[in-house]
Design a protein around this ligand. Structure first.
Ligand code: DC
Length: 226
């Protein structure tokens, strides 16, 4: 079968990575969660005290960009690749609410975006890839054969993220998660560089009221019809 590029964009917590992972496994493609890369840069900024609630030293972060090495390493037990920041597995640390609260700010910086987009384009140069993020169909792979844009109500998305965090043992309120989802929606859609918009040739899927399996089947049919 012809190898293609699949771009999955959409709002936070719409299940983009879940769908991308399912598709990549089924098709034998590489899966790349670009949000993990923005999260790893954010973790670096937090660890170096460049960002906190009152302050963000963007200049120091920009100056350090060449020192930030991001890599995905496949974990055969989990069946997907995990994020490594400067040779350390940070898959758990990048999923905390602290990182979620700052990541949109970091993702606004054009120099950060340029570095990550370059790396993402390189990863997809041989096709057979499913990449999820916010600007994959618009900026990273404008020529992707299949572009999906995922949406769901903010309430639905916050509930999903809340359930996920509680199951991992994080102590957090639903209101805090909802606030974070709404704030990220606002920043992601309003930033100057590569804001979250649906590519003109993307197919929109609202998964507020469909199951994971139904959604997977819809997209698989789209892949098979290319
Ligand atoms: O998909 P996620 O929630 O893990 O993404 C984390 C943040 O990174 C999100 O708020 C916006 C940003 N992001 C981005 O700007 N561009 C991407 N391609 C992926 C994520």
């Amino acid at each position: 079968m012809k190898k293609i590029t699949i771009a999955i964009d959409g709002f936070s917590s719409t299940g983009k990575s879940t769908l991308a992972k399912q598709l990549a496994k089924h098709l034998g493609y590489v899966f790349v969660d670009t949000g993990a890369m923005y999260r790893a840069v954010t973790l670096y900024a937090i660890q170096n005290n460049y960002i906190n609630l009152e302050y963000f030293d963007t200049e120091s972060l920009k100056a350090d960009l060449t020192k930030i090495k991001l890599e995905f390493q496949f974990n055969p037990e989990l069946g997907f690749a995990e994020m490594y920041l400067n040779n350390k597995n940070v898959e758990k640390e990048i999923r905390t609410i602290e990182v979620s609260n700052f990541v949109s700010k970091v993702a606004e910086i054009s120099q950060v975006r340029a570095k990550l987009v370059e790396q993402q384009k390189e990863m997809g140069k041989n096709k057979a890839i499913v990449m999820d993020g916010r600007d994959i169909g618009t900026v990273v792979f404008p020529d992707a054969e299949l572009k999906i844009f995922m949406t769901a109500s903010a309430q639905t998305r916050a509930q999903r993220r809340f359930d996920e965090m509680v199951s991992k043992g994080e102590s957090i309120s639903f209101e805090e998660v909802l606030k974070n989802v709404q704030e990220r929606d606002y920043i992601d859609t309003h930033r100057e560089d590569s804001p979250l918009v649906m590519a003109h040739n993307a197919i929109e899927i609202d998964n507020s009221n469909i199951t994971r399996e139904e959604q997977f089947q819809i997209v698989l049919d789209l892949v098979n019809n290319i």
